[in-house]
Design a protein. Structure first.
Length: 94
């Protein structure tokens, strides 16, 4: 269930890079925060569309939501893979 779009649609012929790991980390962060998987049905289409929503009563900051959305972006730029946003959000949680 933590498969990145590159792993779901093999016809894309995308190489597996650190972006794949960031995707899995985003799924894990979402799952540990909200106790459900962001793509609960695990279908290929839901992963390829990457439509993520947060519970209305989320106790977490918009910064954490933004970080998860960046990690689960299907067309990320290289700027999405900097560790700085992770550190910034983690620092704001303390």
């Amino acid at each position: 269930m933590y498969r990145a779009p590159e792993m779901v649609d093999l016809y894309m012929r995308s190489s597996l890079t650190e972006k794949t790991d960031i995707w899995a980390l985003g799924c894990l962060l979402y799952a540990t925060s909200f106790l459900v998987h962001p793509f609960q049905d695990g279908s290929t289409l839901s992963i390829l569309n990457a439509r993520v929503s947060f519970p209305a009563n989320s106790p977490y900051s918009e910064d954490l939501h933004a970080l998860i959305l960046r990690m689960l972006d299907v067309r990320p730029s290289s700027a999405h893979y900097s560790a700085l946003p992770v550190f910034t959000v983690c620092a704001s949680l303390t």
